[in-house]
Design a protein. Sequence first.
Length: 201
Amino acid sequence: MSGHPLDGYERTLAKRKVVKWQDTRNGKDGESKIVNLAGVVLQAQHRRSRRSDLPMAFVMLSDPTGAFEVTVLSDLLRTHGEAFQPGKKIVVTAIAKWEASGVRLEAKSVRTLEEVVASDLVGYRVYVDTPESIDGVKQTLAALPARPHHAPEPRGVIRIVLTLDDADREVEMAVPGRYPAEPALRGALKAVSGVREVIEL
């Protein structure tokens, strides 16, 4: 059974106070508050508002706990419409309003998941057991695919920690360059032979 595209981001999103869809469904009738939700865009239905005749959209998103709908009004749709295209991974700040029929979500801002993850994640510290593993880490970094032209510049640093033979001492070294500090890279580094652990800086 395949996983959800947001699998692997759970710890990172929790640090940034992004909640899961299932955690927004238990509010009290009449209550409203600001929530941050991450999701993959499934579809967007574009319409014109009956009140203002301005463009708007009902965007269906999915996270590992289920699917949910977010209303996007004209101002946000005009400035960030491309973020709501199917397949995009985004983080939405929305007003959640609980009613008898359920919770309604109105988007107030949106960022791509890449932007959110890269905004304050410094990079990774990679613990290796052998000198040969260092070469494996560097080869993995060198083989990273080119970034899309619209993606933010990678800012993550990679530091390698080698445990010496006596196991009482460690040597730490920085890898030159900047890399995308995101779960996909963390997973690739963990898969390198001899890598014991990869932790966020």
